[in-house]
Write a protein that binds this ligand. Structure first.
Ligand code: AMP
Ligand code: GLY
Length: 426
């Protein structure tokens, strides 16, 4: 079989890495790629949002399956388009991708199907949003303001009071800092708690829950400073207790599937459910219509089953027939970023020490890297994601940092406290 992976970050390196282990695949392709992916897949220079060229390429090379990494092609309707051309592809339909691409759609979906989530109010125009704040919001009440559309993870503003919320809507709706994505907004009740990401494989009828993961979104230690794409993760996250997972499996996920079926939404891919756990109760903060980054780099090393089989059975709507197995281990991922990220950073620094990391100690997933004159150099904010597995979180943390310390480039930065919430509890 031949498989094309669409995307070129750390998440896609992890997907390519896992698919490369399948005995059923003899050739892998990946769009754009990076220095890690190019060792495992043939690089295809077509952008992830160029749906027509991607489909033409799949036909020309007689590729059997496409696997979509990022949200943009999904939101553009790549799955509907490939299906129209009779090409097999792993990912939700355009309507399914709206669960991520429109906060209003996703909140309305949650409300309609009684999925627990924060209270919310959505607005299509600045005046009504402002009137609401002026007349129905207390001065000092916290509120979360969200741009409706995709904003590369930056469309959520946590506001301490009404004044900050007014500024946020001015920037989104009047200054258009997120372009059209901010022409609608959602105000959400601010939930205090601990976050956990639960990702599912689903074919729309059945689902398989992946080990729950906890991302570290802030740049600074102890979760301080600016938000990033994610600086590290661990799985399984103990905050997702047996009891909580039972609630998610038996009450919340069935409601999501019921909603997908009733709304006639085709969904054959990964659904990422971001939860806030408030007083032991799970609330859905967001849906993403794809694997997370760096969650993929921490979850896939724990997957025992062939990812090709999961992809194929999901596309054929037979996921329920497959027994998906996981290693009974813990995994920890540490992201190494360019100094300055998530703000300005410089690319082009040579990376050394990659060859010092032994495969039995850690896997180094590449995100922002490229090969220049035979040397691997930095080419993005998040440069590498180093993942290790061991028997428990504590020993995995010790193990992963030994490998992280071997990798060097100018102005590199990583958080030294990944999994601190688990470690602080002993
Ligand atoms: P979202 O893209 O909707 O998940 O939001 C991004 C991040 O903002 C989440 O991972 C949370 O850290 C935070 N967040 C979003 N909604 C809320 C909320 N209602 N209460 C508290 N934090 C939130
Ligand atoms: N790590 C968060 C995301 O992929 O959306």
């Amino acid at each position: 079989m031949k498989v094309l992976v669409i995307g070129n970050g750390g998440r896609e390196h992890a997907i390519v890495w896992k698919l490369a282990q399948s005995p059923k695949i003899n050739k892998l392709y990946c769009t754009i790629g990076n220095s890690g992916i190019e060792n495992l897949a043939e690089i295809v220079n077509i952008k992830a949002d160029d749906l027509v060229s991607l489909a033409d390429f799949v036909v020309k090379e007689k590729i059997d399956y496409a696997f979509v990494g990022p949200e943009i092609p999904l939101a553009l309707g790549i799955v509907d388009y490939f299906n129209k051309r009779n090409l097999k592809i792993f990912g939700p339909s355009k309507k399914g991708a709206l669960l991520e691409a429109s906060k209003t759609f996703s909140k309305d979906f949650m409300k309609k199907y009684a999925i627990p989530t924060a209270d919310y109010y959505s607005f299509n125009d600045f005046k009504s949003a402002k009137d609401f704040l002026d007349n129905q919001w207390e001065d000092n009440k916290k509120v979360v303001v969200k741009a409706d559309g995709l904003a590369a993870g930056k469309g959520v503003v946590m506001c301490q009071n009404r004044k900050e919320a007014q500024l946020a809507i001015e920037q989104m709706m009047l200054s258009k800092v997120f372009g059209d994505s901010g022409s609608k907004i959602v105000f959400e009740e601010w939930l205090e708690g601990e976050e956990v990401s639960v990702l599912l494989f689903t074919d729309g009828k059945s689902f398989e829950i992946m080990p729950p993961a906890q991302d570290h979104k802030r740049i600074g230690e102890k979760d301080t400073g600016l938000n990033t794409g994610g600086m590290g993760a661990y799985a399984p996250a103990p905050i997702a207790t047996e009891k909580l997972l039972k609630e998610i499996k038996e009450n919340i996920t069935p409601k999501i599937l019921e909603g997908l079926q009733k709304e006639k939404i085709e969904y054959k891919g990964v659904l990422y459910v971001g939860f806030m756990i408030v007083k032991n109760q799970p609330y859905v903060l967001e849906f993403n219509c794809r694997f997370g980054d760096p969650e993929t780099q921490v979850i896939l090393p724990l997957l025992k089953t062939d990812l090709f089989d999961i992809m194929e059975q999901t596309i054929d709507c037979k996921l329920g027939d497959l027994k998906v197995e996981w290693f009974n281990k813990s995994a920890v991922t540490v992201v190494i970023a360019s100094g300055g990220y998530p703000e300005k950073h410089i690319n082009g620094y040579q990376i050394s020490g990659l060859d010092l990391v032994k495969p039995e100690d850690a896997i180094v997933f590449h995100a922002g890297t490229k090969t220049e004159n035979g040397k691997i150099v930095t080419s993005g904010g998040r440069v590498l994601a180093v993942s290790a597995i061991a028997d428990d979180i504590k020993s995995t943390v010790d193990k992963v940092y030994k490998s992280v310390e071997k990798i060097k480039f100018e102005k590199s930065y990583y958080r030294k406290d990944i999994a601190w919430r688990v470690l602080k509890n002993g």
